[in-house]
Write a protein that binds this ligand. Structure first.
Ligand SMILES: Cc1cc2nc3c(=O)[nH]c(=O)nc-3n(C[C@H](O)[C@H](O)[C@H](O)COP(=O)(O)OP(=O)(O)OC[C@H]3O[C@@H](n4cnc5c(N)ncnc54)[C@H](O)[C@@H]3O)c2cc1C
Length: 423
């Protein structure tokens, strides 16, 4: 089959490699540079992750096997332990916060323990019904931890009332300890160990750009080509004046080409709803910093608009080659001007000095309780026309790279099965 893929982010490049041996695959990318969110750039020799500070790991062995078939794990990657910390009440404490209650003020700890015990009793009487993210956090961690940490931190990131965020997207993304585990970790002073990224892999050279540069090697990619039209006729798809059998769309579901939206409307998919889905952007300030051994520093409090510092200079030695000091990225939610970010970093630890900034309008997808059902409806309809949605913004899922690869596997299977049945 001839397969067109729109988007050369991790989703598009992954599925292109999965289908490339059996089919004729062409990837279209609107930008000059491939990679989508994981793109990096060298600034005077130092590596700037323009969004986040992408590191890799997965709990899925199939994803790991597939990923490592492209790389030499020993020679091309470093394995590092996640060292996340929280800047809280002027102190740097461990992450997740509930494992480090012993470092908080005794008065606050007493309150938190009382609340956790009360919640435990209530839960025994009637199992809690977590209707939304805000309620979940409050009922799981108690009012004090919620008000002092979870609410301000998550509000900084999501910029939304947490009670309007659906619970579905949370699955597997937050540590969800029970009371027994919280007490144990505080007595035994255990560190986080059961999160997907409690340790991670990171390329020795060029960060996540290295990953996409390798994945693109055997592919046919047409860059600087934004696909805004798709003609759908008698089982053929005409894209950029070429005919294809299948189309995999890894762009933004809100911006689907008009003909595809028309098909969705004709099949009772709520296109207006899809068009108004909300995402949050992030502003990043690439900085020099003093030495530290931290990998991520979370900043829940409101004394600054910054919500975390990612010490990308600690991920690989070569990330700092142009700078005498280490480098890091300070992340802000939404659009923040470079001037404003430069003022904000004077409030943060590490004697930060700005190098360059970037604004990414689409970083975090915000789901509500209708999102998954409506996306599924759209997928079911489009599948009948040989059009598929894949990736963070096409499926409106809070995917990390490993989850995007997992989704690519599923779709590649569906497409191959469909092809085998036809033959
Ligand atoms: C702040 C932040 C930190 C993160 N950290 C990590 C991490 O440490 N580890 C991890 O595993 N994941 C992390 N992620 C998640 C990771 O970035 C995503 O899972 C992944 O990049 C999604 O890839 P994608 O291909 O689905 O989408 P994208 O990267 O958005 O790619 C879509 C591509 O499609 C192109 N495109 C769109 N429309 C068109 C069109 N009409 N025509 C042509 N081209 C088009 C775009 O230009 C883009 O290149 C992080 C995300 C954020 C926001």
């Amino acid at each position: 089959m001839k397969v067109a893929i729109i988007g050369s982010g991790i989703s598009g490049l992954s599925i292109a490699n999965m289908l490339n041996q059996k089919h004729q695959v062409t990837v279209f990318e609107k930008n000059q540079k491939i990679g989508g969110l994981v793109k990096c750039e060298r600034i005077n020799g130092s590596l700037f992750h323009k969004v986040g500070g992408h590191v890799f790991n997965s709990k899925n062995q199939k994803v790991l096997n597939w990923f490592w078939s492209f790389f030499d794990i020993e020679n091309e990657f470093v394995q590092a332990k996640r060292k996340a910390k929280i800047l809280f009440n002027g102190k740097i404490i461990g992450y997740p916060i509930e494992n480090y209650l012993y470092l908080l003020d005794p008065e606050i700890v007493k309150k938190i323990i009382n609340e956790l015990l009360t919640l435990q009793k209530e839960e025994k009487k009637a199992p809690l019904d977590y209707s939304d993210f805000g309620t979940f956090l409050q009922k799981n961690f108690g009012k004090t931890l919620y008000q002092q940490y979870f609410e301000p931190y998550n509000k900084k990131i999501w910029n939304i009332d947490l009670h309007s965020v659906s619970m579905e997207w949370l699955e597997g993304k937050l540590p969800m300890p029970n009371l027994e585990e919280v007490i144990q970790s505080n007595i035994f002073r255990e560190e986080e160990n059961n999160m997907v990224h409690s340790y991670f892999y990171y390329p020795k050279n060029n960060g996540s750009q290295f990953i996409v540069d390798r994945l693109k090697e055997n592919l046919s990619i047409t860059t600087r080509t934004e696909i805004s039209e798709v003609d759908i006729n008698n089982g053929n798809l005409k894209i950029d004046n070429q005919l294809f059998d299948k189309l995999i769309y890894c762009g933004d579901v809100r911006k689907l080409p008009a003909n595809i939206k028309k098909i969705l409307e004709e099949n009772n998919v709520d296109v207006k709803y899809l068009e108004q889905l909300r995402s949050n952007g992030t502003s990043n300030l690439f900085c020099e910093t003093d030495e530290t051994d931290i990998s991520w520093l979370y900043i829940p409090e409101n004394f600054t608009k910054a919500h975390r510092i990612i010490y990308t200079g600690n991920f690989s030695k070569t990330n700092n080659s142009g700078s005498i000091r280490k480098t890091c990225v300070v992340e802000f939610s939404g659009k923040v001007s470079e001037d404003e970010m430069e003022k904000e970093i004077t409030l943060l630890p590490g004697n930060l000095k700005a190098i360059l900034s970037n604004y990414e309008p689409n970083s975090y997808v915000i789901q509500d309780d209708k999102t998954r059902a409506e996306i599924k409806k759209a997928k079911d309809v489009l599948g009948r026309y040989g059009v598929y949605l894949l990736g963070r913004f096409a499926e409106w899922e809070y995917y990390n790279m490993d989850k995007a690869i997992e989704a690519a596997f599923e779709l590649a299977n569906t497409i191959n099965l469909d092809n085998d049945t036809k033959n």
